[in-house]
Design a protein around this ligand. Structure first.
Ligand SMILES: Nc1ncnc2c1ncn2[C@@H]1O[C@H](COP(=O)(O)OP(=O)(O)OP(=O)(O)O)[C@@H](O)[C@H]1O
Ligand SMILES: O=C(O)[C@@H](O)C(=O)CO
Length: 425
């Protein structure tokens, strides 16, 4: 297998978002959890998305894991590697976007790296280096209240410069609107002036197509699913990849009991949970009790086992920003987040032991904890439930067929949980 594109995603939902985009554009794609072991049987594919859980960990560990993934991908022939970050640039001044980018750039020897989290299909656009979420700048969006990476600056040139050792520049819409040659010229100027990374504006998919074709001149790019779309279209346009059927089946229905788990506290997820109350049994966990010990997860499993044969259930730890802030001030941000993620993993494990084979998980960190606990090594990408969220079929689990959907906190329409279960048959 010679890969046309290698991808390293900094969380699992982000990885399935990117795998979904590449598949929809016609690249045969598989998502792996971590660097795959040599004995994992992978189908013949154009792209592999290696999922890491490296967004909110120590920067040095994130760098080491990303470099190992990069080495594996390049060892399978990938000339270009995309480091997939969140479309809302989730990070802190300590990283991890800048440190990982710096290390991968040093390894591949690129003079300059293109960086854009734009993903217009989900309302993420970049103008003059400022990231917009829908109609508002990042720092006015719900991301200002994110439990782990609150975003208070929408100017990504500044945000990245605080995290990176290299000089960060901007390629704005003006050269982009003149086409790939103008972008190349601007990049060459900036590189001559010692700039090692640029935030590049993008408002429409056509901007991403231009960015994708220029990015293929380089060995590394950094961004969200939008740049993935641009790279995929460029690979097909240049004949490096022959477009595959995006609707290819990923196997027979699995049936059986279904459950949803929500650890995301985003506004979108809170609204989706409220809507789910109309169609399924919903249990709201008590976060304080989760931190106190294992009884809250046990209570959830007992509650679920009494209902699961009658229809899908949803178990949520999610709270409003005020409640999240209060819990964090009592227990610390990382300790609270970790305890809740592990409790959700306990619940997922118990549900699967009791026969659940269709599982929807909301939240990137939450999905990471759940998928790790279930020891799933990889996924095939199926139908799209909502922009950025596909149906996934677990591969290499050895304990039966299983479908999952891993939803990024901010993604999905108001009825996301029932929309997902309709397609997860
Ligand atoms: N009630 C709560 N109070 C405090 N923290 C919570 C609560 N419920 C969940 N958490 C923690 O908040 C974090 C939510 O992050 P997660 O990545 O799962 O969701 P998200 O950030 O909305 O999704 P994404 O990263 O895909 O955008 C997790 O660490 C989770 O354990
Ligand atoms: O890019 C996005 O917004 C998502 O794929 C994601 O990474 C959120 O966790």
């Amino acid at each position: 297998m010679k890969l046309s594109l290698g991808c390293i995603a900094d969380d699992y939902t982000g990885a399935s978002d990117l795998a979904n985009t590449l598949t929809r554009q016609g690249l045969r794609t598989v998502q792996t959890i971590g660097v795959p072991p040599d004995d994992l049987a992978l189908p013949e594919v154009d792209a592999v998305v290696v999922s890491l859980k490296s967004r909110s960990i120590d920067a040095k560990v994130a760098v080491d894991r990303s470099r190992a993934a990069d080495k594996w991908l390049r060892g399978r022939g990938a000339d270009h590697v995309l480091f997939k970050i969140c479309s809302t640039f989730d990070s802190t001044d300590a990283g991890n976007i800048g440190p990982v980018m710096d290390a991968l750039r040093a390894d591949c020897g690129d003079a300059i790296v293109l960086v854009t989290p734009a993903f217009p299909e989900t309302g993420r656009t970049v103008y003059q280096g400022n990231l917009f979420v829908g109609a508002v700048p990042l720092n006015e969006s719900p991301l200002k209240d994110h439990p782990l990476n609150p975003m208070h600056d929408s100017n990504l040139v500044r945000v990245l410069a605080r995290q990176s050792r290299t000089k960060v520049g901007l390629v704005d819409l003006a050269p982009l609107s003149r086409g790939a040659a103008a972008v190349r010229e601007r990049l060459a100027d900036l590189a001559r002036n010692g700039v090692g990374a640029v935030i590049i504006d993008a408002v429409f998919d056509r901007d991403l197509e231009t960015i994708g074709s220029v990015a293929l001149d380089h060995r590394l790019s950094v961004g969200a699913s939008g740049i993935g779309l641009g790279l995929a279209r460029a690979l097909i346009a240049t004949g490096k990849v022959k477009a595959a059927d995006a609707g290819a089946a990923i196997g027979a229905p699995v049936g059986g009991p279904a459950a949803c788990l929500a650890g995301s506290c985003s506004q979108a997820t809170l609204a989706q949970i409220a809507n789910a109350e109309k169609t399924m049994a919903v249990l709201h966990l008590d976060p304080e009790q989760i931190i106190a010990g294992p009884n809250e997860a046990r209570r959830a499993l007992a509650w679920a086992s009494a209902r699961i044969t009658e229809g899908p259930v949803l178990i949520a730890s999610s709270s409003t920003p005020d409640q999240v802030a209060a819990l964090q001030s009592r227990h610390g941000r990382d300790a609270a987040g970790h305890a809740i993620e592990q409790a959700m993993a306990d619940v997922a494990e118990g549900l699967v032991q009791s026969g659940v084979r269709r599982l929807v998980v909301a939240g990137g960190e939450t999905s990471g904890a759940v998928v790790d606990r279930l020891r799933i090594p990889g996924f095939l990408v199926g139908e799209e439930i909502a922009a950025g969220v596909p149906v996934l079929r677990a591969v290499g689990t050895g304990n039966g067929e299983m479908l999952l959907a891993l939803k990024s906190g901010n993604f999905g329409g108001p009825e996301f949980f029932s929309d997902a279960l309709k397609l997860m048959r």
